[in-house]
Each structure stands twice: as C-alpha cells, then as structure tokens.
Design a binder for this molecule. Structure first.
Ligand code: ZN
Length: 159
C-alpha cells in the first residue's frame, strides 16, 4: 500500500475527466487499495481517482458502514432532493450547502470485475454523487452562487 498525493484546487488535474476502466486486474486492485488507505489517513469518507491525479473511473467510499470500491460507476436513477453540508479533501477548509438527490441507484464493477447494482440513500447517495462529479471534473465550488451561503460547520465531512 502507498499513500497517494491528493490534488488540491486549483490543480488542473481536478478538471480532467476519468476514463472507463477496460479490464479489471491487479493494477486496478492496487490503485483502489492505495486510494482507500489515503482516504482513511486523510479522514475522508470518499475519494475519486481523479483527486489523486489518476484519470480513470474509480472511487472508494466508506461512510462508516464498510469500504466500497467502485469501478466505472454510472448513476441510473435519482430521486428526491435534499440540501446538506459538504466538504472535500481537494478543497480544504470549505463547507458548502449542496442540493443533491436523496436516493440514487448506481451500477459499477467491483474489484473482481463483477457488475453490481446498488440502491443508496442519505449520506451514501450523497457521497456517490460527489465522487461521480469528481470523475467528470466537477468540484463543490461549482455549486456556489451568490445566493448560496457557505455553511458554518468547522469540520464538514470530507469527500
Ligand atoms: Zn471531493
């Protein structure tokens, strides 16, 4: 395992899009393992490969219910809206209120290359949407507008 360097805004690497992984092998398993270790050490609940300068569609998530590794995640369905505070490992010291879907269904490959469909809601759904945004080169600051207040949490969850 190795600790990876998390890119921080305004690093241009964060604006690049991930590419789909064509076949899942030892390389992908190693990257996912390193990403998970990095996420835990940095105290995050999610991390996308684009955040560590790897332009591939891979994310890791652990909201406290166990580690989930996703390859080529695609959100199929979104339901209901909910606004909550979010932080980001790549945008330190910022907490932004963001409206996202409360429930999402996502398709992905696990690290064995098997197709998985997951229904999620609440924090897990939020983290999935945040990490999929990273794979599209999108950051939480893109949701800011003059009418939106930056929230007051000193320690927002970092995604
Ligand atoms: Zn983030």
């Amino acid at each position: 395992m190795a600790l990876l360097e998390i890119k921080r805004f305004p690093d241009p690497a964060l604006r690049k899009k991930g590419e789909d992984v064509k076949s899942v092998g030892l390389d992908e398993k190693k990257v996912l393992g390193d990403m998970a270790e990095t996420m835990y050490i940095k105290g995050g609940v999610g991390l996308a490969a684009v955040q560590v300068g790897i332009q591939r569609n891979m994310i890791v998530i652990d909201i406290g219910d166990g580690l989930i590794k996703m390859i080529n995640p695609v959100i199929l369905k979104r339901e209901l809206d909910e606004t909550q505070e979010e932080g980001c490992l790549s945008v330190p010291d910022k907490c932004i209120n963001i409206k996202r879907s409360k429930k999402v269904v996502v398709d992905y490959l696990n690290e064995d290359g098997r197709a998985v469909r997951l229904s999620s809601e609440g924090l897990l759904a939020r983290v999935i949407q945040h990490e999929v945004d990273h794979l599209l080169g999108k950051l939480i600051i893109d949701y800011l507008n003059p009418l939106k207040k930056i929230c007051s949490s000193l320690k927002p969850r970092k995604l």
